[in-house]
Design a protein around this ligand. Structure first.
Ligand code: SF4
Length: 466
């Protein structure tokens, strides 16, 4: 793998973008409202918060829906085929809205566009798209929009560089909880995954910049931070000094933010030091998302995951020893090329053995350009569908058993909103990452409430206030 140095976006480059923002603010025909449609993971959700922050600073208000916006951005994902198809379907549908609002500007950005040659291909096929840009030049939105507004033709910009941009405007979705991206990209090249091709090489933000952002969030009353990265466990690679994720967590823990979470982790990079820090911490929540993907060693090898089933289980045991009762979740792929029924049964037995609180289960989706997409022995759809159904049924059973440990337990819930089922109840996540419903009202939203779990109803924990 060729060594690539990250490109740090300078204050001067950000100043130039500020100048474009001001130019847009002075245009008589500028868009007045925006709507961002987000697909994919939390990294994308946070990128959308940054897009919204820039649009706010360009004098636009958030529209109630995409039909009533002057500027619509689709922040896309390409991890699975259906995410791509859904995004393109929705973009096409907006073409009708353009007939009612001829000034509507449509932009497509994110992982889907970052794929080699994709921006040109999409613009050729979907001629009504005004703007297309990738994941690494998000900070250039003001410049790209300005160019589009000043010329009556589509603007495309996708750069094959690995950028880090600090101090971008952000319009956060929640007041009580916030995302902080700590690293970008991925060097792992799991054979099925497109992420390293569209998010670039691993690069970490300076620890001091992350700590400063966290402090600012704490001072503004944020109660929970979620640290984001494709592989947070390898945070620090390429930075000077002995900078590790464990050390970052230790320093954030000392800061006193009530709740700290993170994702995503790679089992091969989950160090003993990190497990120790979790065991000793006051504010890191007792939860861990540890994608296993498969329970069979040969399939794990073909996936290029670089751990064995036993090594994975060893990490699970170490986590449970250091943090008793820890909430464990995972990602699993079924129907990877060549997966036999016997190998699939190894995944089933691993799910039983671990007893996850929840699992994101997927049918393998071939992604052009990845190693696995070129493998010959692709699994027929009906076989993969049958396997995923059996896996989901097993996980449901395991989940019920795993959740039984919470009944009678005292916990703290960060209330996210009113319950969908009752006007006198609210819900949020407990410390282990599981949803909990409790009696309450709108006034509780954004607050941490102490509860005792009383029962399990439809896979949700029900609690009373203490
Ligand atoms: S660790 Fe593997 S699955 Fe995760 S983003 Fe990197 S290449 Fe993709």
């Amino acid at each position: 793998m060729a060594e690539r140095k990250p490109v740090i976006i300078t204050p001067q480059q950000l100043e130039e973008q500020r100048a474009y923002m001001n130019e847009i603010l002075n245009l008589p025909q500028r868009p007045r409202s925006y709507y961002v449609v987000t697909y994919g993971c939390q990294m994308n959700a946070h990128d959308s918060e940054i897009l919204a922050g820039m649009l706010r600073d360009m004098g636009m208000d958030e529209a109630p829906d995409r039909e009533n916006a002057d500027f619509v951005i689709f922040n896309t994902c390409c991890v699975r085929d259906n995410a791509e198809r859904r995004a393109l379907g929705n973009v096409t549908w907006l073409k009708e809205v353009r007939k009612r609002n001829p000034n509507l500007i449509i932009a497509v950005c994110g992982c889907m566009i970052q794929q080699p040659g994709m921006a040109e291909k999409i613009l050729k096929q979907y001629k009504f798209i005004d703007l297309a840009f990738g994941t690494t030049n998000l900070y250039k939105l003001p410049e790209l929009l300005c160019r589009r507004l000043n010329a009556d033709r589509a603007v495309v910009e996708v750069e094959d560089v690995d950028t880090i941009a600090e101090d971008l405007p952000v319009k956060r979705l929640r007041r009580d909880a916030a995302y902080i991206t700590i690293m970008y990209g991925c060097d792992n090249f799991c054979s099925y995954c497109i992420v390293p091709y569209v998010r670039g090489r691993e690069r970490s933000r300076e620890m001091e910049a992350i700590l400063a952002e966290a402090q600012q969030l704490k001072d503004s009353g944020v109660k929970e931070i979620m640290l984001l990265g494709q592989n947070v466990n390898s945070y620090g690679k390429g930075l000077e000094g002995n900078v590790t994720f464990a050390e970052l967590l230790r320093r954030l823990d000392a800061m006193g933010i009530p709740r700290i979470r993170f994702m995503t982790s790679h089992p091969k990079d989950l160090s003993d030091e990190l497990i120790r820090v979790m065991g000793e911490s006051k504010h890191i929540l007792p939860q861990f998302h540890l994608p296993v993907q498969a329970g069979n060693d040969e399939i794990l090898h073909q996936m290029n995951r670089r751990y064995t089933r036993e090594q994975y289980l060893n990490r699970v045991r170490a986590l449970r020893e250091a943090v008793p009762g820890i909430g464990l979740t995972t990602d699993i792929i079924v129907g990877f090329p060549g997966e036999t029924e016997e190998q699939f049964q190894d995944t089933m037995s691993l799910v039983k053995e671990v007893g996850y609180d929840s699992a994101f289960t997927f049918i393998y989706s071939p992604r052009t350009g990845t190693k696995a997409a070129a493998m010959e022995n692709q699994i027929p759809e009906d076989v993969a569908t049958d396997r995923i159904q059996r896996l989901i049924a097993l996980q449901d059973e395991c989940q019920k058993k795993a959740m039984a440990r919470f009944v009678g337990m005292e916990d703290e819930v960060l209330v996210e909103g009113l319950s969908r089922r009752s006007k006198t109840a609210v819900s949020g996540k407990g410390r282990h990452g599981v949803s909990i419903t409790l009696p309450g009202s709108e006034a509780d939203i954004g607050e941490i409430v102490r509860v005792r779990v009383t029962e399990i109803k439809n896979n949700t924990l029900m609690a009373e206030r203490t």
